[in-house]
Design a protein around this ligand. Sequence first.
Ligand code: KG4
Ligand code: ZN
Length: 346
Amino acid sequence: MRDLKREPIVPGPDTLVLGIETSCDETAAALVMGGADVLSSVVSSQVDLHADFGGVVPEIASRAHLDVLNPVVARAIVEAGVDEPRIDAIACTVGPGLIGALLVGVSAAKAFALAWDVPFVAVNHMEAHLYAAFLEDPTLEFPLVVLLVSGGHTMLVEMRGHGDYTMLGQTIDDAAGEAFDKVARYLDLGYPGGPAIDRAALDGDPEAIRFPRAMIDVGLDVSFSGLKTSVINHVRRHPDVSSADVAASFQAAVVDVLVTKARRAAAQVGATGIALGGGVAANSLLREELLGACATDGLQGFLPSRAMCTDNAAMIAAAGWYRLGSDGPSPLDTGAHPNLRLPLRA
Ligand code: KG4
Ligand code: ZN
């Protein structure tokens, strides 16, 4: 058998990477050629399993990943129309995420790498979200500002090259997706909260209630915990208020803050454009407002398709392809890291 640790492969346009993602409540596998050409992307969501609990239950998530990972990988291979020996490398999320959930994917990915005698590549889930934009447009130009907004993170990152990240700003309390989920739960709009608020807001007036835009005038950090409290206080004081108006006004406040900060970040670092990533990047108003702002400021706006914004394995395969080129294969004793951070420029 080849020594998987020592024999780097130089990824090229024909290098086919199998991506595996199990960090939270989506079991996903995808085949991506050359870091950008998505041959297949299969996502099995556990939303129904967690809905009754109003959030992800880690033990249920791990067990569900175990049940469906092999069929999901098999389907990704069939849908791509390739034979297993054609696969050149296995890329898998090793963190951040739920430890039990991560371990299912990491163990399977290493087993596939050993069985098929191909390199294993450890992928940082946050870095993969940054790479979703490159799936749609591999020619993106640096420096680029990426607004990464997910259930667990909210950050503005400057990308000066592949793997070259500077943190420009982040949330000092709740992540944007967390705020969407908590407000939706309070309004009884359903789970997951982001898409529920997005839908409810369509029938509401975004100017009905002027919710606070914390820290909007200075800096690049954001804060959403006060906004969430303000929504709760407003509904307590006005029990008959329309949920659609609350949803639309809340969403308008979040988007106003995010777009203002992203524009400020782009101006500060002289970025060529702004890319979106993470589950909240699927939000209709955020997409519309960001594109409008980029057009006004003479910047390029890159919006991955909604399916590539939320958790998927195509972004893992894409990030894995780039990491294979920069770092080579990862050792097979690489562990899972629940609190893994984005590797920042020193
Ligand atoms: O990136 P992601 O799929 O998983 C994490 O890595 O966290 O993001 C999930 C988050 C959830 O908080 C969900 O409510 C939010 O993304 N989300 C949305 C929308 N779709 C998903 N938030 C606002 N509008 C949406 N359309
Ligand atoms: Zn994610």
